[in-house]
Design a protein around this ligand. Structure first.
Ligand SMILES: Cc1ncc(COP(=O)(O)O)c(C=O)c1O
Length: 424
């Protein structure tokens, strides 16, 4: 047992971790491109971008350089009554490239807070306008974060179980499984017809935590059109899908009707610093722009718009918007599609799907698909022993690698997945 793992066990409580059953954390001492290196010198391909955050590889020298310069210029300052260059520049650069007509950026700390802010904006928007619209609608299987508001708009699951009675009521519509899209649409329309809906919140195109479930842009567009028809706000939670993961820069770029509010985090800083953003339109902002002080959005965090995080995001955007990155994303997408085609129909898999740089494989373990599938630990350890970080969602494995991954590294991931398929 390594020293770091032993020391960790004494003092650390890890997220999503049954601490009695899985106490041993691997001590990581270095990040280098697509690799994480442990204390013994083992290098792991980070095939899931460390919870979907890393875009350009670990310890990227350009981002590191920009951050270190910013650290010596301004590390942090209060963001009420004060502003600073990195926050303004980032908003100026992001707004024009976001889907729709986004006009304002509200900074917070992570994906969950980006969602909390979005819900507060939506609910208070209608209140400020004197309209009684309080209903929130979400999609079955949704995951929007772990704070109480974010849990409320998420599927009730083992994640929320101990808190369910404290969560507020949200209307869930059925997931648009192949063949039941019309049912999902009808459920949304029936709820919207009451005209008391503040907002519909959705993970566009891909439901991450539900198992990288994917649905078509046509369905997303129909959801959005229905919301517009019945005058409900649309919150697009692009925390996972943003910054090129699904093919286009943002998942909502695939539909012509734009959301009113967009939540961002994860890839926002290239995986370097924690930060969340809630972007919104002029229409939403204007409902708060008032002489009445009670129409203020009274929300904030101590580290709001941290200059180092904003600088990391600016540096990450430089890399993301470079043509070389688009080429890399397309290359990964086409490699994924070829592999998916090659294994389609294999008896060891129930489904294989890909969108952009995301590949997901639902393994046939003989037991039902679930987050706590009995094969989960075996699968995780199998890949760790092959020097790959793949964290299965139960029996669903997925790749969502940093964009700097090479074809050779991808080929190694695919061949190891095939090996696993032989073993289950
Ligand atoms: C779609 C989506 N929204 C929100 C969140 C919450 O983000 P965070 O873990 O940064 O709080 C996640 C995290 O996985 C997510 O996938």
């Amino acid at each position: 047992m390594s020293k770091l793992s032993e020391r960790d066990k004494e003092v650390i409580w890890h997220p999503y971790t049954p601490m009695k059953l899985r106490p041993d954390a691997i001590g990581i001492v270095k990040g280098d491109g697509v690799y994480l290196e442990d204390e013994q010198g083992n290098r792991y391909i980070d095939a899931i971008s460390s919870w979907w955050v890393n875009l350009h590889g670990h310890s990227h020298p350009y981002i590191a350089q920009r951050i270190s310069e910013q650290l010596l210029t301004l590390e942090h300052c209060i963001f009420a009554g004060f502003t600073h260059e990195p926050a303004v520049s980032l908003a100026e650069r992001l707004l024009p490239i976001l889907p729709g007509e986004m006009k304002k950026i509200f900074y917070s700390d992570n994906g969950s807070t980006a969602v909390e802010v979005a819900m507060k904006m939506a609910l208070q928007y209608w209140g400020n306008k004197g309209e009684n619209k309080k209903k929130l609608i979400a999609l079955e299987g949704a995951y929007h974060g772990d704070t109480f508001g974010a849990m409320s708009v998420s599927e009730r699951s083992i994640f929320t179980e101990p808190f369910n009675e404290k969560l507020f009521d949200v209307a869930f519509i059925p997931y648009p499984h192949a063949g039941s899209e019309a049912e999902s649409m009808a459920a949304l329309e029936a709820l919207l017809q009451a005209e008391d809906t503040a907002a519909f919140i959705v993970e566009p195109l891909v439901q991450g935590t539900a198992g990288m479930r994917m649905y078509d842009a046509e369905i997303l567009g129909k959801y959005f059109d229905l919301c517009k028809k019945y005058n409900a706000l649309i919150i697009a939670d692009e925390v996972m899908t943003g910054f090129g993961r699904t093919g286009t820069l943002f998942a909502c770029d695939t539909v012509s009707t734009a959301p009113d509010i967009i939540c961002l985090s994860k890839g926002l800083t290239g995986g370097t610093m924690p930060m969340g953003i809630t972007a919104t339109t002029g229409q939403v902002f204007d409902a708060f722009y008032d002489d009445d002080i009670l129409k203020t959005l009274y929300h904030g965090h101590s580290y709001t718009a941290n200059p180092i995080a904003c600088t990391a995001a600016l540096a990450s955007l430089d890399l993301l918007l470079d043509d070389a990155c688009t080429v890399a994303r397309n290359r990964i997408g086409s490699m994924h599609r070829k592999f998916a085609e090659a294994i389609k129909g294999n008896e060891k898999i129930l489904d294989v799907r890909c969108k952009g740089t995301i590949l997901a494989i639902e393994l046939n373990t003989g037991t039902p698909t679930s987050y706590n599938n009995s094969q989960r630990d075996f699968i995780y350890k199998f890949f760790i022993n092959k020097n790959m970080l793949i964290r299965p969602l139960g029996n669903i494995i997925y790749l969502i690698p940093p964009y700097c991954i090479t074809n050779e590294e991808l080929a190694y991931l695919y061949s190891t997945i095939k090996e696993l398929m032989e073993r289950i």
